[in-house]
Design a protein around this ligand. Structure first.
Ligand code: ZN
Length: 237
């Protein structure tokens, strides 16, 4: 066998794979509603994960050529590891899911409840850079209500993961349906992707809007009412 030829074929193969990986990243499509997780995702505890990520991130910085004895850089691997596990990706762990206490709908308020302009800070799973924007959620009570801050907490929980915006939107809607025991929920996410604005096409102006409508919100009039409330907001991000 000709080793040189083999090496060439391998390089060619790598090149194809790179192109494919770029194409998937730029399309930002979601393959599944559930975040793809390994079956052994929580065998390691948080402290062990932080130690391992620190070690690997130090490797990455070293490969990039950074001098890790520098005062400013030496703490970065540990900082990044803690940030991943304890902050920006803490929503991967179901143990961190917010508990939602239901209340009886005492006021018999059976109209639409809309909470708009909920801050969304999530992370593109293709590039691991932020996606920042707003979520607008609505539901029509089936007899139960939840505290308003719980709506924010649910958005936050599913945001603290590597995400694609389509999946985030559906995950929020599905959780609201489960918690509120109704299909009558609506979710809109309007967000800017830093992987689009700071690299690639460098488009700083575009934002991406995704939506999920269930139950009565599939009805044109109900949906229009929701959109009317939401369009009063000033989406500036
Ligand atoms: Zn991206």
């Amino acid at each position: 066998m000709n080793g040189k030829h083999n090496g060439h074929a391998l390089n060619g193969h790598h090149h194809d794979v790179d192109e494919l990986v770029d194409a998937i990243g730029d399309e930002h499509g979601a393959a599944s509603i559930d975040t793809p997780m390994r079956p052994d995702a929580f065998v390691l505890d948080d402290d062990t994960k932080i130690d391992l990520i620190e070690e690997h991130f130090r490797e990455i910085m070293g490969i990039l050529g950074l001098d890790l004895t520098d005062d400013s850089l030496k703490g970065s691997p540990r900082r990044v590891a803690k940030m991943y596990v304890k902050e920006i990706f803490r929503g991967l762990n179901p143990a961190n899911k917010p508990a939602a206490t239901l209340f009886d709908n005492k006021f018999r308020y059976n109209e639409m409840l809309v909470e708009k302009d909920i801050l969304v800070q999530t992370y593109c799973e293709h590039h691991f850079v932020p996606i920042i924007g707003k979520a607008h959620v609505a539901y029509i009570s089936s007899g139960k209500v939840i505290g308003l801050s719980k709506l924010n907490r649910i958005v936050e929980y599913f945001s603290k993961r590597p995400q694609v915006q389509e999946r985030l939107t559906v995950q929020i809607a599905d959780e609201l349906k489960k918690v509120l025991q109704t299909e009558d929920v609506a979710v809109i996410v309007d967000a800017k992707h830093l992987c689009v604005s700071t690299r690639g096409v460098h488009d700083v102006n575009s934002s991406t809007i995704t939506s999920a409508y269930g139950g009565k919100f599939e009805d044109e009039a109900t949906r229009q009412e929701f959109l009317r409330y939401v369009s009063c907001s000033n989406v500036t991000i």
